[in-house]
Design a protein around this ligand. Structure first.
Ligand code: BES
Length: 460
């Protein structure tokens, strides 16, 4: 216990320097989806490898056909081995004019109530969260010269872009990467005072469809009605994807989606989720999903179909009477329980093909897939992590569901047979993926201390 207290004190004493390091990381424009930022992604991977090496990890940034993957090993230590996964890439920053400052010039802002936030792209998702873990390791090394458990750190640069390079990397390096337990810091707290372990993640199936009709844009006066309009075809397809009750209409879509198990329902009921406040915080009030389902079910235990982007025809200023040649949409399905992403993709493609008229063609682009996953919270490691979080925050940690996806988790289970403890310190209002992303300073600080405690607990 004395050692742990010394480590916690070290984290507190080093807090300003930890923030400087995070700021250096946040200045790197590691937007993975845009090839224009490939060099910055590499720079970010190199930054992490050098930082890990500086605290005694054997660390390298390994090339892949896409962005590098950072692997660091610290083999000393007793007890069960752990693999920490995080991602160094970030989402694009558009629309840039909605940011109050340069997304890659991080800064501290003080809110009206005196609390402070770290503002910048990646502050929360996932650079700030990753650094809570690495700073905890740094403190353990500084105080004891070692880490409580043998540890591998794995940092990916394509999480935000549906990266295809990590699964083959995991399989090719399975023996090197396998550990007794996985750790990820890329999820939310229940609320600003209540720490949480997320016990399940939704899967994802991402598709882009491109519908082409005539071989050029046409004058809508000359060709209107006579020529197929891909915007209309696309609109019909998208409208058909949901029925009037909000159910998704793809044949077989709900295969593998059970009603919420009773134990889980009770656990979630005890959280007393406030759906009105949840929607109210983003200027909404009416749940838009499946009729007869609670908002928590809609976001945690039911699958979704969402159009994430669509385009076709003239979208500049003013007006242009055109029938476009091409229309396209990016569509994602969040998957739950035992839904099979490959079956969903196939059903979607059949559904679309059946609605594309003769004379027109459709092209499909695949944007990643992953299954949903649940973890056995009754296992000892989960209890230890929960107790460690409770000790740090002074409030019982809760087990929660969640709506987001972290595709690697299912891969860790399938390829390496590992369960993963998802302990994160992000908050619902962090604006991840949006302008003015932030991470609360107290989440960063207590996050570092939380990981120091979890590492200690895992070793016991
Ligand atoms: N950290 C998020 C996901 C998340 C947030 C999970 C909060 C649980 C609670 C992650 O970085 C993310 O945004 N993932 C993407 C994955 C996708 C691009 C394949 C997502 O969920 O959209």
């Amino acid at each position: 216990m004395d050692t742990l207290n010394a480590v916690l004190a070290r984290i507190d004493a080093d807090a300003d320097a930890a923030l400087e390091r995070l700021f250096a990381l946040l200045r790197i424009r590691s937007i993975s989806t845009d090839p224009a930022y490939a060099a910055e992604c590499k720079a970010c991977a190199d930054w992490h490898a050098a930082d890990l090496a500086s605290i005694g990890f054997e660390a390298t940034a390994r090339p892949t056909p896409g962005h590098p993957i950072v692997v660091g090993h610290h083999r000393a230590g007793n007890g069960p081995s752990a693999l920490f996964y995080g991602h160094y890439d970030v989402q694009p920053v558009d629309p840039l004019d909605l940011w109050d400052h340069d997304p890659f010039e991080p800064r501290i802002e003080t809110r009206a109530d005196g609390t402070k936030v770290i503002r910048g792209r990646g502050a929360s998702d996932d650079k700030g969260q990753v650094m809570t873990f690495i700073e905890a390791c740094r403190a353990w090394k500084a105080v004891t010269g070692s880490l409580p458990v043998p540890l591998t750190v794995l940092l990916e640069g394509e999480e935000e872009s549906g990266g295809v390079n990590l699964p083959p990397f995991l399989r090719a390096n399975a023996a090197e990467l396998k550990a007794d337990i996985g750790l990820i810091c890329d999820t939310n707290m229940w609320d600003p005072a209540t720490p949480a372990i997320q016990t399940m993640l939704r899967g994802l199936c991402g598709e882009e469809i491109i519908i082409t009709a005539a071989d050029r844009d046409l004058h809508s006066g000359f060709y209107g009605s006579a020529a197929a309009n891909p915007n209309h075809i696309l609109a019909r397809i998208i409208a058909d994807l949901r029925d009037a009750d909000g159910r998704i209409t793809l044949p077989g879509f709900y295969d593998g989606v059970p009603e919420l198990p009773e134990a889980l329902r009770r656990q979630w009921d005890s959280l007393e989720f406030d759906a009105g406040a949840f929607l109210g915080a983003v200027g909404l009030s009416v749940p838009a999903g499946e009729k007869g389902r609670s908002v928590l079910e809609m976001t945690w235990s039911r699958p979704t179909c969402e159009v994430n982007g669509m385009g076709g025809g003239y979208q500049g200023a003013g007006f242009k009477t055109v029938i476009p040649s091409v229309a396209s949409a990016k569509i994602s399905f969040r998957l739950v329980f035992d839904q099979d992403p490959h079956k969903v993709r196939a059903a979607f493609r059949d559904f679309v093909r059946a609605r594309v008229p003769a004379d027109c063609k459709v092209e499909f682009l695949e944007h990643g897939s992953g299954s949903a996953i649940r973890f056995p919270i009754e296992d000892a490691a989960f209890g230890k992590a929960r107790d460690a979080l409770t000790a740090e925050w002074g409030k019982p940690a809760v087990f929660i569901g969640g709506g987001g996806s972290i595709p690697v988790t299912a891969e860790l289970k399938q390829a390496l047979g590992m369960d993963v403890i998802l302990a994160g310190f992000a908050l619902e209002d962090d604006r991840i993926h949006s302008p003015n992303e932030k991470y609360d300073l107290h989440c960063f600080r207590h996050g570092m201390r939380s990981w120091a405690r979890i590492l200690h607990a895992l070793a016991s």
